[in-house]
Design a binder for this molecule. Structure first.
Ligand SMILES: [Zn+2]
Length: 321
C-alpha cells in the first residue's frame, strides 16, 4: 500500500501477448506492478473480453496499491491504430478488440476517465521525456514484441499524423513477396524483427537444416532463444543477427523518411536487443543515403526496457487535459 499518493499516475501497456500495469510516482518511479496474459482469441465480442480483463487488472492494481479508482490519471496503450476519438480502428495483434470504441467501453466499464494512445507512441514519449532518447527532439522508438510498434517524436512532440495513426512502422513492407502478415499484406517488417518473426525465422532455419533441431530449434519462443543466445549458443545468435540485418534494412528506410538523431529499441523483446544491436550498428550506416557522409544516428536500447509503454501511458494520462 502506497502511503503518499501525491502525484501518482497509472499506466497500462496492452501487448499482443502480455499486459503490464504500473502505478507510477511523480518522478516516474514504479511503485507497483501487475502483469496479465493478454486475451488473444478471435471472439467477435466487440472487445468485451479485452475490456473486462483491463478493468480487472486496473481494479487489482488500485487495490494492491491502496488507491481509489478515478483518483489518479489512468493511461492505456493499445497495440494498433488508435484514432483521436479513442477508437481502436484496427489491431492485427488484438483481433477481438479491433474496430471497437475502446475509450468509451473502458470508461463505461471502469466508471472513471482515462487516456488511450497507441502503445509504441506511449513508449516513445517515455524514452523521449525520461529515457534513452532524452535531449533528442527527433527520435524514433521501435518496440519489438509480438508485433513491431513505432513512435515518432518530431520537433520535441509526438507525431500523430492526420488521424492519430502515424508511426505504424511494423507494417512497412520490406520484402514484396515476403511471408503473409495478420494485417493482410506480405513481407511486413514485423514478420522479420518481431518475436513472431524471429520464431518464424528459427523454424524456417531448422526446416532448411541451417539450425540444429533441439539446439535453438523449432517452436522456441523468442525469449527462450534470447536465453540460449545469452549462453553463447551460435545458432540462436545467428537468428538474432539475421533479425538485426532486417532491423537495419527497415531503419535505413525510416532514417530517410524522418531524419532522427536517435533511435531507441525496446518492447517486450528488450532483453534480446543486445544480440541484435551489434549487427544493426555495423549494417545500418552503409545502408543510409550518402553512407559514409551521413551523420551518425545514435542507437540505444530502451532505458525502461519492456516497461516503457506502460510508463509512457502514465505520462500521456498525466498530460491529458
Ligand atoms: Zn503487416
Amino acid at each position: 500500500v502506497i502511503t503518499d499518493p501525491g502525484g501518482l499516475a497509472i499506466g497500462v501497456d496492452v501487448g499482443g501477448t502480455k499486459t503490464l500495469g504500473l502505478v507510477v510516482g511523480p518522478s516516474a518511479q514504479v511503485l507497483c506492478e501487475l502483469r496479465r496474459t493478454t486475451f488473444q482469441g478471435q471472439l467477435r465480442d466487440g472487445g468485451a473480453r479485452v475490456v473486462a480483463d483491463l478493468v480487472a487488472l486496473l481494479e487489482a492494481l488500485h487495490e494492491e496499491a491502496g488507491l481509489s479508482l478515478g483518483a489518479h490519471p489512468i493511461g492505456v496503450g493499445l497495440p494498433g491504430m488508435v484514432d483521436r476519438s479513442g477508437r481502436l480502428v484496427y489491431a492485427p495483434n488484438l483481433p477481438s478488440a479491433s474496430s471497437s470504441s475502446m475509450l468509451e467501453l473502458l470508461q463505461e466499464a471502469l466508471g472513471a476517465p482515462l487516456s488511450l494512445e497507441n502503445d509504441a507512441n506511449c513508449a516513445a514519449v517515455a524514452e523521449h521525456v525520461l529515457g534513452a532518447g532524452r535531449g533528442h527532439g527527433d527520435l524514433l522508438m521501435i518496440t519489438l514484441g509480438t508485433g513491431v510498434g513505432g513512435g515518432v517524436i518530431h520537433g520535441g512532440l509526438l507525431f500523430r499524423g492526420g488521424r492519430g495513426f502515424a508511426g505504424e512502422l511494423g507494417h512497412m513492407v520490406v520484402e514484396a513477396d515476403g511471408p503473409a502478415c495478420p494485417c493482410g499484406a506480405r513481407g511486413c517488417w514485423e514478420r522479420y524483427v518481431s518475436g513472431t518473426g524471429i520464431e518464424r525465422m528459427a523454424r524456417q532455419a531448422t526446416e532448411e537444416g541451417r539450425l540444429e533441431p533441439g539446439a535453438a530449434g523449432a517452436s522456441l519462443r523468442a525469449a527462450e532463444l534470447a536465453s540460449l543466445a545469452r549462453l553463447g549458443d551460435d545458432a540462436a545468435r545467428g537468428i538474432f543477427e539475421s533479425a538485426g540485418w532486417w532491423l537495419a534494412r527497415g531503419l535505413a528506410n525510416l532514417v530517410g523518411l524522418f531524419d532522427p538523431t536517435c533511435i531507441v529499441l525496446g518492447g517486450g523483446l528488450s532483453d534480446a536487443v543486445e544480440f541484435m544491436l551489434p549487427t544493426i550498428e555495423a549494417q545500418l550506416p552503409p545502408m543510409l543515403e550518402g553512407a559514409a557522409l551521413h551523420p551518425v544516428v545514435e542507437l540505444h536500447p530502451a532505458a525502461f526496457g519492456e516497461r516503457a509503454g506502460a510508463l509512457g501511458a502514465s505520462l500521456v494520462a498525466r498530460r491529458a487535459p
